[in-house]
Design a protein around this ligand. Structure first.
Ligand code: NDP
Ligand code: GDP
Length: 322
């Protein structure tokens, strides 16, 4: 019989890539969606007839239990979160409710209904924050620098704790930044590729950005969802860093994005507004060591940094032409 999987955060960036991946493996896929006055199903429009949506919210314990009863999943992927670091200073309590306590609510629902359900938690390189070791790996000390990072540390450890307390198959994937044409527009990569496409087409004059010096280990979301699945196919649950092992500055991202549309004098289009985009605490430098994932899961990234930037710019060009 086909396996069932329940994905929270199905309408975000990673959810649709994971759903497509699981559908290709023959899974029956269920996605949890919260009620919004105007639903945004843009990212799942291509797969809407292949998946089943269930109503629920990470704030509402009963709705999580209902979703589990209805989907009878063998695997649950908890991707839902308030995921934008900048917004976590504006809404620190809400971020904690979604991104930290939401994980416990889901784990409790699993524990009460069926402890055999395998659980994946979307942990983040933001937990390393002000890094204490380079590159960062599973054993690197956490030093989060935002309410988001702090909430993710809670989510990580409660996952480890339920694994150790109740012998649940609960895994935490510590994923470094990953992007795609489905990335939310407020994140710097998509903000850049969207603006570059519009500038190329004469629809926009300037791209306003903050600090161009922070470095991130940027990979492709479509590659990273395979690692989530692989973690749940192992004999024993564990935690894994997923990264490319390469990092680039925001400036390098901007330069390649403009070069993709044939603009070399990119500096003239940048409007610097560092104070507006300044965060109360910044994460300057992230680079991951995914050698454990390579050894145990057999996972390696497939998409290069340049391919990722080009994919995002070309997708935004197509969208803006329509
Ligand atoms: P997105 O921000 O694109 O998606 C977040 C999803 O969570 C959306 O579907 C959103 O639904 C849903 N959601 C938010 N709040 C709730 C709630 N209270 N109840 C139910 N659903 C909710 O994130 P990504 O796809 O980029 O990331 C997936 C996960 O991986 C997140 O947990 C993120 O923090 C984590 N992560 C991401 C990284 C990255 O670089 N992308 C790196 C490391 C970790 P709605 O459409 O209604 O807003
Ligand atoms: P994060 O790594 O999860 O915080 O992802 P973001 O894409 O939001 O930010 C990546 C880096 O880009 C951070 O160091 C930001 O400070 C920096 N940055 C510079 N300008 C901007 C901007 O205009 N928007 C965003 N979102 N980030 C910016």
């Amino acid at each position: 019989m086909a396996k069932s999987a329940l994905i929270t955060g199905i309408t975000g960036q990673d959810g649709p890539y994971l759903a497509e991946f699981l559908l290709s493996k023959g899974y029956k896929v269920f996605g949890l969606v919260r009620r919004l006055s105007t639903p945004n199903f843009e990212n799942i429009k291509e797969i809407s007839d292949k998946i089943t949506l269930l109503s629920g919210d990470l704030l509402d314990q009963g709705s999580l239990a209902d979703a589990i009863y209805k989907s009878e999943p063998q695997e649950i992927y908890n991707l839902a979160a308030q995921s934008f670091v900048r917004a976590s200073w504006d809404q620190p309590v809400l971020t904690g409710e979604f991104t930290a306590l939401g994980v416990t609510r889901m784990l409790e629902a699993i524990r009460n209904i069926d402890k055999k359900i395998k659980f994946y938690q979307a942990s983040s390189s933001e937990m390393f924050g002000k890094v204490t070791e380079t590159p960062q790996k599973e054993t690197t000390r956490f030093y989060p620098r935002s309410p988001y990072g702090v909430a993710k540390v809670y989510g990580h450890y409660i996952t480890v704790n339920y694994r150790e307390s109740y012998e649940m198959f609960a895994c935490s994937g510590i994923l470094f930044n990953h992007e795609s044409p489905r990335r939310g527009i407020e994140f710097v990569t998509r903000k850049i590729t969207h603006a570059v496409a519009r500038i190329k087409l004469g629809k926009q004059k300037k791209l306003e950005l903050g600090d161009l010096s922070p470095k991130r280990d940027w990979g492709f979301s479509g590659d990273y969802v395979e690692a989530m699945w692989l973690m749940l196919q192992q004999e024993k649950p564990d935690d894994f860093v997923i990264a490319t092992g390469e990092n680039h500055s925001v400036e390098e991202f901007v330069k390649i994005a403009f070069e993709t549309v044939g603009i070399s004098d990119w500096e003239q289009y940048i409007q610097s507004n560092v104070s507006e985009h300044m965060r109360p605490a910044e994460v300057d430098y992230l680079i991951g060591d995914a050698s454990k994932a390579k050894k145990i899961l057999g996972w390696t990234p497939k998409t290069s940094f340049k391919e990722l930037v080009e994919m995002m710019v070309n997708s935004d060009l197509e969208k803006e032409k329509k």
